[in-house]
Write a protein that binds this ligand. Structure first.
Ligand SMILES: Nc1ncnc2c1ncn2[C@@H]1O[C@H](COP(=O)(O)OP(=O)(O)OP(=O)(O)O)[C@@H](O)[C@H]1O
Ligand SMILES: [Mg+2]
Length: 274
């Protein structure tokens, strides 16, 4: 695939989605907490923007970690994805630029926690996000949705809005716990809400190849998701955990480090696959 600088149009044409001039929507999801969803959503988004693609990072986690991790100050945010999902605000009204050219973010604040409850009684409660994003898909090449650690309505909204899913799995004991429930919910979403959605890939995160345990976990995940595990594994590095507190993606914070190299490779693999 060609990522030559100065050829963004060519890069855009090469994107994987069915060539209809609309963004491909990727939801980064796993109901397990702390597995690297936000780190993956932020860094793959930033990497694709650095390659000249127009990228929107949508934060649907009330924790707002993607929002702050990419450098926004939550205190400055008056309207967020809560207003889009619950108050029918236009997503373009809440979108903010970031320090990375080509990367925009649709932020989340704690207000969004209310949506998880309010959605229960709402009309088209699983399709709010899909409908809200429809109007801006022509403006981007890629949309990444950072999901909360639950299988609640915000995650169902993300899965319903997505073309493909990326599932981060931490290379640790109990890594497979909860995957049955996750695949069951993905099956239900395919049956009832979004028949075309599929897993683009499973990414092993916080990987330490020096331990037998990590190697065993990779083998088990490969058995569970045959053919779906990305060849790129994200190493455990302190730099990746430090970057969000500086509001920077790893490509800016530590461009020569292992984390930046890994997320660049993952972005490339995802483009080739999705
Ligand atoms: N490869 C890595 N190496 C070291 N630390 C990492 C790595 N990936 C993520 N972390 C750190 O691990 C913690 C959890 O990561 P992250 O926030 O991306 O997970 P998450 O799945 O989004 O969590 P949550 O479920 O709470 O939303 C964070 O402190 C993050 O900085
Ligand atoms: Mg997160």
């Amino acid at each position: 695939m060609d990522f030559a600088h100065g050829a963004p149009a060519a890069v855009r044409e090469s994107r994987g989605h069915a060539g209809v001039g609309r963004a491909r929507v990727v939801a980064v999801t796993n109901q397990k907490g702390g597995v690297g969803k936000t780190t993956t959503a932020v860094n793959v988004s930033a990497e694709l923007a650095r390659r000249g693609r127009r990228v929107l990072l949508v934060d649907v986690d009330p924790q707002g970690n993607a929002t702050t991790g990419i450098g926004l100050d939550k205190a400055q945010i008056t309207r967020c994805m809560y207003d889009v999902i619950m108050k029918a605000a236009d997503v373009r009204e809440v979108v903010r630029p970031t320090s990375i050219p080509g990367l925009h973010v649709a932020p989340a604040t704690l207000n969004l926690a209310g949506a998880e409850i309010e959605l229960v009684a709402a009309l088209s409660r699983e399709l709010r996000l899909r409908n809200a994003l429809a109007g801006c898909l022509a403006d981007y090449d890629d949309v990444f949705i950072d999901c909360p650690p639950s299988l609640g309505l915000l995650t169902l909204n993300a899965m319903s809005a997505a073309d493909v899913l990326v599932v981060p799995i931490q290379a640790e004991y109990f890594a497979l716990e909860g995957l049955g429930q996750l695949t069951q919910v993905i099956g239900l979403v395919r049956e009832q809400l979004n028949p075309a959605v599929r897993i683009a890939g499973v990414v092993i995160t916080m990987f330490d190849g020096r331990t037998n345990l990590a190697m065993q976990v990779v083998a088990e995940v490969e058995r569970y998701f045959p053919g779906l595990v990305f060849a790129t594994r994200i190493p455990r590095t302190v730099r990746l955990s430090e970057a969000p507190s500086h509001g920077m993606p790893i490509a800016t914070f530590d461009p020569k480090g292992r984390g930046a190299a890994a997320y660049a490779a993952l972005a490339e693999e995802l483009l080739a696959r999705a």
